[in-house]
Design a protein around this ligand. Structure first.
Ligand code: DC
Length: 222
């Protein structure tokens, strides 16, 4: 099986690019961030204290997460409910970043993620794919961009959706999320020693796509 691991900070374009690359290559796209977001969402709905690892661990056995590719797009199911849209909310992202610090949550998802990679050619994106989940991935990419560039993209996206967030607030949220993801004790975000770093600060989506596709084809001999 061929596996492509794409890691990097939030807002670098990972999921948009990974989705398109998976379609181009005919691989299954595994959005691990959406899995952490689903657990965050479940905890919020249950009104437990998601900062308390004991309470979160206590509800893991109630959670079933699955992915399905339908009508050209990837969907994520939380206990058979399609939560693809709901997990994109800022609140679910922040909740994901909190529960992602907890060892029981990471272990729970690690098994699910490895299982998916054993059965399919996959393109998986996240924070610890090349370092922890798939240390023997065929291709490892560390996708990054400056805080300014990432905040700019996110700000534009939110404006298009009619969200009144200020640029400063968007930037601050990104910095906070970076800090949380890079400084947690377990599986922090970092570049794997054998990953190729791609900085998209000065590239548009099409240019980023072309760079990544070339890289994957070359490394995986496709
Ligand atoms: O990529 P994203 O914004 O959807 O991820 C949401 C949060 O989940 C992110 O802040 C960190 C966490 N995460 C993680 O710890 N490990 C992963 N492999 C993917 C996401």
């Amino acid at each position: 099986m061929i596996s492509v691991a794409i890691d990097g900070p939030s807002g670098a374009g990972k999921s948009t690019l990974a989705k398109q690359l998976a379609v181009e290559l005919g691989f299954i796209y595994v959005d691990t961030g959406a899995m952490y977001r689903s657990i965050g969402l479940y905890g919020m709905r249950k009104e437990i204290d998601i900062k308390d690892p004991v309470q979160v661990e206590g509800v893991l056995s109630e959670i079933n997460i699955s992915l399905a590719f339908q009508e050209g797009t990837q969907h994520i199911y939380l206990n058979n409910e399609d939560v693809s849209e709901k997990v994109r909310a800022e609140q679910a992202g922040m909740a994901a970043s909190v529960v992602a610090q907890q060892p029981a949550v990471r272990q729970f998802l690690l098994e699910l993620q490895r299982d998916m990679a054993e059965k399919n050619n996959i393109l998986m994106d996240g924070r610890d794919i090349g370092t922890v989940v798939l240390p023997n991935a065929t291709v490892k990419i560390y996708l990054t961009a400056s805080v300014e560039a990432r905040a700019n993209r996110r700000y534009k996206e939110l404006q298009e959706k009619g969200n009144p967030e200020t640029f400063e607030k968007v930037k601050k949220d990104i910095e906070e999320r970076d800090w949380q993801d890079m400084n947690r004790e377990i599986s922090p975000l970092k570049k794997a020693a054998d990953a190729v770093e791609v900085d998209t600060s000065a590239l548009n989506l099409q240019q980023s796509f072309d760079v990544l596709l070339d890289l994957i084809r070359q490394k995986a001999n496709l």
